[in-house]
Design a protein around this ligand. Structure first.
Ligand SMILES: O=C[C@H](O)[C@H](O)COP(=O)(O)O
Ligand SMILES: C=C(OP(=O)(O)O)C(=O)O
Length: 337
């Protein structure tokens, strides 16, 4: 079975970039670059659901996060995780873009349009959007709406993803691999910094070759692996490794994934980081921000295709509740001063 997709041009015509959104995206990209390169001392906080499965709940979450942004903006730059594609370890739901009906019917045409409209709406509120491009083709449809993007632990060694990152106009975080090794991410950042000739599609959907400019705005994300790597020693080792390569010498700590452990204790990881900031620990000078998986409700629910899911609770990884997110981010902002 082969279904035609709209061209990137046609999708942008159907869901255009508003002036408000363009302003949000450009400001946020510029602010993030300043954070990466040390001109802005705030921390970058990439926070939001592990995955979006309900658009109304994502809108509600965005409105609440936007309100919080006003309070903490002198210490933190909040960028909302609006993850519409999920890379799976084996099998599982691969995200709203691939399956907006949550029933396995796989209406990707609808998913692309829904994702683009949601990205536009959240940006138009004044809240920038972060996402992981799992399929490089998706970037051709959505990247004008994205302030920050991740290359995940499962794709960090992929040449295609590194080449995609070299052509993205936004800053990109590279995660350490699922084993915990940071070498693939560092190699990925070096590769993304160079120009490549990439096979892709053009705005009219034709197969094309694009020469990428190279992306100087990349950074490392510590997400743990076979053991956590949010501790002082790991931060020191990782930041020294990126500095040796003359890459952005500070790192982001992901409070989830391999750092949260099987019980999903992101709050424990973040509380420890807050204590280290309060204690003026030297390792915290090598940190540029955090990632937190957070949703309206705490935890996760088991996804069963075709069965109605609760709107505000994750159907992928366990999330911190919005209430705890507010409390923790306020504490972090106070600690950073
Ligand atoms: O962030 C989400 C998940 O950790 C990632 O998609 C892998 O999920 P899985 O191991 O449940 O497939
Ligand atoms: C899939 C994710 O993370 P990782 O690549 O670290 O597993 C994620 O952040 O959604």
């Amino acid at each position: 079975m082969v279904d035609a997709l709209p061209t990137p041009h046609a999708l942008r015509d159907a869901v255009p970039l508003s002036d408000a959104t363009q302003g949000t995206v450009e400001r946020a990209r510029a602010d993030i670059r300043e954070i990466l390169h040390g001109a802005d001392r705030r921390w970058l906080v990439v926070v939001g659901p592990c995955s979006v499965h309900d658009v109304d709940a994502a809108r509600e979450y965005a409105a609440q996060l936007h309100a919080l942004q006003q309070e903490v903006s002198s210490s933190l730059l909040l960028v909302m995780r609006v993850y519409v594609e999920k890379p799976r370890t084996r099998l599982g739901w691969t995200g709203l873009l691939h399956d907006p009906g949550l029933d396995g019917s796989g209406r990707v045409n609808d998913g692309l349009r829904i994702a683009r409209a949601l990205f536009e709406e959240i940006n138009a509120m004044g809240l920038p959007v972060a996402t992981e491009f799992v399929d490089p083709v998706v970037a051709d449809y959505l990247q004008d709406l994205v302030a920050w993007s991740a290359i995940g632990a499962r794709t960090v060694e992929s040449p295609l993803h590194r080449q995609m990152a070299s052509g993205l106009a936004c800053p990109v975080g590279f995660k350490n691999s699922t084993s915990g090794d940071v070498t693939a991410a560092i190699n990925g950042m070096i590769s993304a910094g160079a120009t490549h000739r990439v096979l892709t599609i053009d705005d009219d959907g034709r197969a094309a070759v694009r020469q990428t400019p190279g992306n100087p705005d990349t950074h490392l994300i510590l997400r743990g692996g076979t053991r956590p790597n949010a501790d002082r020693h790991s931060v020191h080792v990782a930041s020294a490794a990126v500095a040796r390569e003359r890459l952005v010498p500070r790192v982001m700590i992901d409070c989830g994934h391999g750092n949260a452990g099987p019980s999903g204790a992101q709050t424990v990881v973040l509380e420890d980081i807050i204590r280290r900031v309060q204690g003026r620990n030297e390792d915290m000078t090598h940190v540029l921000g955090i990632m937190l998986e957070s949703h309206l409700e705490e935890g996760r629910q088991l996804f069963v295709p075709g069965v109605p899911m609760r709107p505000g609770q994750s159907i992928t990884d366990a999330c911190v509740s919005l209430e705890d997110t507010r409390r923790l981010l306020r504490e972090l902002a106070r600690a950073l001063g």
